[in-house]
Design a protein around this ligand. Structure first.
Ligand code: AMP
Length: 116
């Protein structure tokens, strides 16, 4: 399903231009508009799921998480290291309710701060 009023549905399906890092049939990776780190890329499924707790089929989860390594390679952080963050619902301050993975890296992080 694609949700008409979802910004990440629009980005993932080419309705809004973005800075694409990687794309295949099922997944889009693009640069976060407000990067918290030198590398801050988002990976989303092209189909709409609210978050990781939204009965996401395991095949979709596999495709989204498989893109992490590809993005890390493209962005040059596979060897230096990176952090993967999946904010889910209000306590985690999920602000865009379309499943997305943050890939953060490019500098040494503070321990315990998932977006530092
Ligand atoms: P979260 O707080 O986990 O829901 O993260 C949502 C992320 O999406 C934030 O880091 C935003 O900066 C980012 N974001 C929101 N709108 C856009 C957009 N149009 N293009 C790229 N990134 C976006």
């Amino acid at each position: 399903m694609i949700k008409d009023d979802c910004i990440f549905c629009k980005i993932a399906n080419g309705k809004i231009p973005t800075n694409i890092v990687f794309e295949n049939e099922d997944v889009m990776a693009f640069e976060d508009v407000a990067p918290m780190m030198p590398v801050h890329t988002l990976i989303v499924p092209k189909q709409h799921y609210e978050n990781i707790a939204d009965d996401v089929p395991v095949e979709v989860l596999g495709k989204v998480f498989a893109a992490v390594k590809t993005v890390a390679e493209i962005k040059g952080v596979k060897e230096s290291g990176f952090r993967v963050v999946v904010n889910t619902n209000d306590d985690a301050r999920q602000s865009v309710h379309h499943l997305h993975i943050h890939v953060l890296g490019g500098a040494k992080m503070n321990i315990g701060d998932p977006k530092a």
